[in-house]
Design a protein around this ligand. Structure first.
Ligand SMILES: [Zn+2]
Length: 148
C-alpha cells in the first residue's frame, strides 16, 4: 500500500493547496519562484561566521609563530653549546648545484643568491642570506678534510 504523502509534489499539487487556502493570491510564477528558493542549499550563517573567525585566528597564530621563530633564529648561535660545533647541515641536492643549509637547532634555512622561476616564467633573483658565509666556511672545512 503506497503512502500518498511519500509521493513528490508537483507544481499543480501545490497550486491546488494554495487555492484551497488563499484563493488566487499566488500565481504559478510565484510558486515556481518559491520552489526554486526551497531548492537552494541550506546556508548556515553561524557556521560561516565561525569559519571566518577561526581562519582569522589561525592566520594570527601563524604570524605569531613566525615572529617567535624569527626571534629564536636571530638569537641562535647555530652551534651546539657543549661541543661548539656548527649545528648546520648542508644540503647538496639542488638542481643548480649550489649548497643550501639548515640549522638543526633553530631550523633557519640558509640560501645562496639564486634565481627562482615562478608562474609564467617570471624569474626572481633571491638575495643571499646574510649568514651564508657560515655555510661557505663549513663547506671549505669539509673540502679541506677530504683533501688532507
Ligand atoms: Zn640556529
Amino acid at each position: 500500500m503506497a503512502n500518498p504523502s511519500a509521493q513528490p509534489l508537483t507544481v499543480a499539487d501545490l497550486l491546488e493547496v494554495v487555492k484551497l487556502q488563499n484563493g488566487s493570491a499566488f500565481t504559478k510564477d510565484d510558486l515556481a519562484m518559491l520552489i526554486q528558493e526551497m531548492k537552494k542549499p541550506f546556508v548556515d550563517v553561524a557556521a560561516q561566521e565561525r569559519e571566518k573567525r577561526e581562519a582569522s585566528k589561525t592566520k594570527r597564530d601563524m604570524e605569531q609563530m613566525r615572529a617567535i621563530q624569527k626571534q629564536a633564529q636571530n638569537r641562535c648561535s647555530h652551534k651546539y653549546k657543549k661541543s661548539g660545533v656548527w649545528a648546520i647541515s648542508p644540503i647538496h641536492n639542488y638542481p643548480d648545484r649550489q649548497t643550501r643549509a639548515v640549522c638543526n637547532l633553530c631550523r633557519k634555512y640558509f640560501e645562496p643568491q639564486h634565481v627562482e622561476i615562478g608562474f609564467g616564467d617570471v624569474r626572481t633573483v633571491v638575495a643571499e642570506d646574510p649568514q651564508y658565509h657560515i655555510v661557505r666556511e663549513i663547506e671549505a672545512e669539509a673540502a679541506y678534510e677530504l683533501v688532507g
